[in-house]
Design a binder for this molecule. Structure first.
Ligand code: ZN
Ligand code: ZN
Length: 133
């Protein structure tokens, strides 16, 4: 019985993240989205439940976690892609994988001796909105 309840809660959290696709919501934003999506099948969730569901979904690789200092954001897009993060407002935007030339990886490997892993890279800057201020 408990298991079923957990599954329903996790599905509600997953749906919320998918609804916010491309926005890379924080746990609080996911929570808000779940609250704003009334559902007869879904019991009211607490923020703690949302955190637990996010941990489980991340462990199950159904979503990706982006750690930014002390804040975690969540991504429903599982294809390898990179992110650019606004230093000013914290917006996270997707950067498609082919924005980076393959030769970049080879150059990094050459000068470091490492083999570069297929992992998302984070860029930092000012988003177009903050750039105008
Ligand atoms: Zn910004
Ligand atoms: Zn992303």
């Amino acid at each position: 019985m408990k298991r079923t309840r957990n599954t329903v809660q996790r599905q509600a959290v997953l749906d919320a993240i998918r609804a916010l696709d491309g926005q890379h919501p924080t746990a609080a934003e996911v929570f808000e989205q779940v609250c704003n999506t009334p559902s007869e099948t879904c019991p009211r969730l607490s923020l703690a439940t949302v955190y637990r569901a996010l941990d489980t979904l991340t462990a199950q690789k159904q979503i990706a976690e982006i750690r930014l200092g002390t804040v975690c954001r969540y991504d429903a897009g599982l294809d390898l892609h990179h992110h650019i993060i606004c230093r000013q407002c914290g917006t996270v935007t997707d950067v498609c994988e082919d924005a980076l030339p393959v030769t970049l990886y080879r150059k990094v490997e050459k000068c470091s001796g490492y083999i570069v892993a297929d992992e998302p890279i984070q860029f930092y800057g000012l988003c177009p909105k903050c750039n105008k201020l």
